[in-house]
Write a protein that binds this ligand. Structure first.
Ligand code: OGA
Ligand code: FE
Length: 336
């Protein structure tokens, strides 16, 4: 309860259990000038009561999406469990053409599915079945109705924020349709994100870029680059001792809420465990031009570390040599 007697449309039994506690991300009316202070400071905030995706809010039911999303295949992921951990195909070692990369068995299967087949599987899903998650970029291949809704988004508002905060261009709008209980494990993206909730409720747990050491990202060359190696539900405390010190914040977003996820911020996102499928559309923007003003921002240090890792791999060629060289450089020389 928030103390004002407003009953929330979800309760704690719909949330997965973690050993961490989280601060709450503030919720501000879309006209509140404080929103710009948060964005300027690279801090997350939930923008409420905006018209950013108004036509979608009014119209994008699962039935409507099924009719109008278009007849081409849509990108879906299939998982044996509730986790849908992202991986980069391009970083997988392929014996057949001898490309460089890491030997790796993808935890989910990427498939192209017709929207009717996706919806049918969601409706008929029962415990024990594989789970599915649609993650499709909104492009011109979607039907006309969706395009019409899309052009009626409040572009003045989002373009205004983009201009005011000097972001780069909008790169894509990804549509997410998840089954209840689906989870996108903790990762960061190299883009600014307005994460607009259309239907259902999602819990979003965020950590600032300064929590790098507590969240143990995979090496940059690994297919799980940008993902945390820690399984939040079963953290391996021996391997990842600092995870318990991770300090994050959370928001449960529902229809009409737009969460600002700052560039390089870690996010762990899950659809509540009951309450039906959830729909989100995000707005990904390139970051603004990076100026080397000191002190550097935490996310700039993350970008620097990424570049050092990439450079080492480029010259060493073999991913297996990167770790040993880094240890030889650091251990005993930069450590006590
Ligand atoms: C994102 C993201 C995952 C999800 O928008 O960057 O990670 O499950 N979304 O919504
Ligand atoms: Fe993401």
């Amino acid at each position: 309860m928030d103390g004002e007697g407003n009953k929330k449309p979800w309760d704690a039994s719909q949330l997965r259990k973690y050993d961490l506690t989280f601060d709450e991300i503030p919720r501000l009316h879309y006209k509140d000038p404080k929103i710009d202070e948060y964005i300027r400071a690279n801090k997350p905030v939930v923008i409420i009561e905006s018209n950013i995706i108004k036509p979608a809010l009014q119209r994008w039911t699962l039935e409507y999406l099924e009719k109008n999303l278009g007849q081409t295949g849509h990108t879906c992921f299939v998982s044996k469990n509730h986790q849908f951990k992202y991986y980069d195909d391009k970083k997988i070692y392929d014996k057949t053409n001898n490309t460089k990369g890491v030997e790796f068995t993808p935890p989910t299967k990427k498939v192209e599915m017709r929207i009717e087949d996706f919806m049918k599987r969601v409706k008929e899903w029962k415990k024990g079945d594989d789970r599915i998650y649609l993650q499709q970029s909104l492009t011109t291949s979607v039907g006309n109705n969706i395009v019409e809704d899309f052009v009626k988004f409040d572009w003045d508002y989002v373009n205004g924020k983009q201009a005011k905060h000097n972001w780069g261009p909008l790169t894509s709008n990804l549509l997410f349709i998840a089954m209840e209980g689906n989870q996108t494990p903790c990762h960061y993206d190299e883009q600014e994100n307005f994460f607009a909730q259309v239907q259902g409720y999602k819990r979003c747990i965020l950590f600032p870029p300064s929590q790098f050491e507590c969240l143990y990202p995979y090496p940059v060359h690994h297919p799980h680059d940008r993902q945390s190696m820690v399984d939040f539900e079963h953290p391996d405390n021996a391997k990842f001792p600092k995870f318990k010190d991770a300090k994050g914040c959370e928001a449960i977003v529902g229809p009409g809420d737009v969460l600002y996820i700052p560039i390089y911020w870690w996010h762990h996102i899950e659809s509540l465990m009951r309450g039906g499928p959830t729909t989100t559309v995000n707005f990904w923007y390139k970051g603004g031009p990076s100026t080397l003003e000191y002190p550097l921002k935490d996310h700039q240090k993350v970008a620097i570390s990424r570049n050092v890792e990439k450079m080492l791999l480029e010259v060493l060629q073999d991913p297996k040599e990167v770790g040993p060289l880094l240890s030889a450089m650091v251990l005993g020389r930069y450590t006590e």
